[in-house]
Write a protein that binds this ligand. Structure first.
Ligand code: UDP
Length: 194
């Protein structure tokens, strides 16, 4: 996938459709992928915090989740086809996971929001296999979550810990896993839970 450097971040030149298709292919082929949908908060935090930026730059795909970056690309004479937002990509991947009866691990948010999210998923996407879940307020050193992910081998792992924790969690654990599409999705569980 072609990329363009803006504020020292290599954004992929992709549409929501193509990004989703690419990630679905990774999941089908049992490959591993880390995707960051970089909204303005993520871009700003990466600019201010070198450690966070390092974690973000380990991602395989960084999409422009903000119209500012899309417009910035135009000013540089480059083309980022459209904004690829985290929530939209999350919903797209849930829909395909449902169609393909794939498995998903849900990590993050309060236990209450997480349980509501799981209930919505069970109703709206009944063919998704829920590989496991854990709320987002856990001891970083506790290996229970990575152990469960290693055991269950989910096709997708959605991490809703907010920034900077979600990208840092993925970057520091992904080496332990053989496959799966890993993606930080901020407050998306809260939105889905309603
Ligand atoms: N969150 C979490 N663990 C934390 C901090 C936040 O699970 O240690 C969850 C929070 O409950 C919410 C989501 O992460 O569901 C996004 O949080 P927030 O809105 O603060 O982050 P942002 O969207 O600004 O990245």
């Amino acid at each position: 996938m072609d990329r363009i450097n803006i504020v020292n971040i290599p954004f992929v030149k992709t549409t929501l459709d193509d990004m989703a298709k690419t990630l679905v292919l990774h999941a089908q082929r049992q490959e591993k992928a880390f995707v960051v949908t970089a909204n303005p908060e993520i871009v700003m935090k990466a600019d201010q915090d070198p450690k966070y930026k390092e974690a973000v730059l380990t991602a395989d795909y960084i999409t422009a989740d903000g119209i500012g970056i899309v417009k910035g690309a135009q000013l540089l004479g480059e083309n980022l086809p459209e904004r690829v937002a985290g929530f939209d990509l999350f919903m797209r991947l849930l829909a395909t996971a449902n169609e393909m009866e794939q498995s998903v691990y849900f990590l993050g948010a309060s236990d209450d929001v997480l349980q509501k999210t799981l209930a919505v998923v069970e109703t709206e996407f009944p063919n998704i296999r829920i590989a496991g879940s854990h709320h987002g307020f856990f001891d970083w050193e506790d290996s229970q979550i990575p152990d469960e992910i290693k055991r269950e081998k989910p096709d997708y792992v959605f991490v809703a810990l907010g920034l900077p924790r979600q990208e840092q969690w993925i970057a520091s654990h992904i080496d332990q896993f053989d496959h799966g599409v890993f993606m930080g999705i901020g407050g998306s569980f809260d939105v889905l839970a309603g």
